[in-house]
Design a protein around this ligand. Structure first.
Ligand code: SAH
Length: 362
């Protein structure tokens, strides 16, 4: 009995470790192999996976962590994503919009703190027309030399994406959210899976540095769905990959869902680093929300970007995608220094440069 158990675990262990070696050496695994690893990963295997992801990150990006200043400029959204706290159906949200001047003020403060990338994120808010956005982008580029602008404003048509790029936007974050069509459709009653994917392909074709990504722990999400997410990333070869745990919000239809865990998300972050080794991978705020050291843990398993908040203090609690979001009470200066201490505490160094992806530099 003891012998057969021993043999079984030994056999299983060797198989998973061999697959992890292959993943590390070739940056590739088949869907079946990924599913097999995800279903059989024990603590020892995880240690190996995390170690390989860390080594890969060091090989490509050294011990640097890039900083982005995040400006959440509007929580008004026309979409109705089941998981999201600022969905149009949530009547309890105190809605706000920053004026272009207020956005520029955030950039000014950020620039003085040393930031050279500004991430402008919002709900899908049509008040910010093509003209208004172009004006904001041009002014940021004029007023703050050598900065990169990342947009995260959801879906627009191809012509708008093109014009915003021409105005000077460098990067675009648009998580695919989930690569499983059936799951995507359940979660996004006002959106289409095909359109989401087409937007990502268009952004890439235009020349943006593109960010895709997904949530971990969505209701009914399986190992197979997660394998699809990872392989979608491998195929798209994005410059940036955002992965975070799903955190249920009490004013959404998914309020009673369980949500994702830090542990499962770390596994996905490590996999993403190994499958797309040259990508920029943020340690997300959602990770910091679930665990006091969530972002540090992500940095140790392949993440190499953090996005401290630059939004005005008065609106921070209102940009509530999920509850108990961290850093909503802090000033931008505090965030900047708190993050730097955290980065150094796990053996990395802050890099305040533009931090373009290796793919883009090549
Ligand atoms: N409107 C933009 C920005 C969306 S908000 C867009 O469509 O890209 C940024 C990200 O927050 C989303 O892409 C989603 O992955 C994440 N998010 C939203 N609600 C969340 C929740 N309840 N838990 C964890 N992440 C969430």
């Amino acid at each position: 009995m003891i012998n057969s158990c021993f043999f079984y675990s030994l056999k299983g262990g060797i198989t998973i470790l061999a697959l992890l070696d292959k993943l590390y050496e070739r940056n590739d695994l088949s869907k079946e192999e990924i599913i097999h690893v995800l279903r059989n990963l024990d603590d020892g295997h995880k240690e190996a996976l995390f170690h390989y992801a860390h080594r890969t990150r060091v090989k490509y990006y050294g011990h640097k962590v890039f900083m982005r200043g995040l400006i959440e400029f509007s929580n008004i959204c026309r979409q109705d994503c089941l998981y999201c706290g600022i969905r149009v159906s949530n009547r309890k949200v105190d809605r706000y919009r920053l004026t272009p001047e207020e956005i520029l003020d955030c950039c000014k403060e950020g620039y003085q703190l040393g930031y050279r990338t500004f991430v402008l994120q919002s709900g899908e808010d049509a008040w910010y027309s093509e003209e208004i956005l172009i004006d904001i982008i041009r002014k940021i580029k004029e007023m703050f030399p050598n900065t990169a602008i990342t947009l995260s404003i959801g879906e627009r048509n191809d012509a708008v994406y093109q014009k915003l790029f021409e105005a000077g936007a460098d990067r675009f974050l648009l998580r695919h959210e989930t690569a499983s069509k059936h799951l995507y459709e359940q979660l996004h009653p006002t959106m289409s899976f095909e359109n989401r994917i087409n937007c990502l392909l268009t952004l890439k074709r235009i020349g943006y540095q593109v960010g895709a990504g997904f949530m971990v722990g969505l209701p009914e999400q399986t190992a197979e769905d997660l394998a699809e997410d990872l392989l979608f990333l491998k195929k798209l070869q994005p410059d940036m990959i955002g992965i975070g745990p799903f955190i249920p919000h009490s004013e959404t239809p998914l309020k009673d869902a369980e949500g994702g865990t830090v542990e499962d998300t770390l596994v996905m972050v490590a996999f993403a680093r190994l499958l797309v080794p040259d990508c920029l991978l943020p340690a997300t705020t959602a990770m910091g929300t679930l665990h006091p050291q969530g972002r540090e843990l992500a940095l140790k398993v392949g993440a190499n970007v953090v996005m401290p908040n630059l939004s005005p203090k008065a609106v921070r609690t209102k940009y509530e995608l999920y509850e108990n979001k961290i850093c909503t009470g802090d000033e931008s200066t505090q965030c900047r220094h708190c993050i730097e201490m955290r980065i150094q505490s796990v053996g990395f160094q802050v890099d305040m440069g533009r931090g373009d992806s290796l793919r883009a530099i090549r």
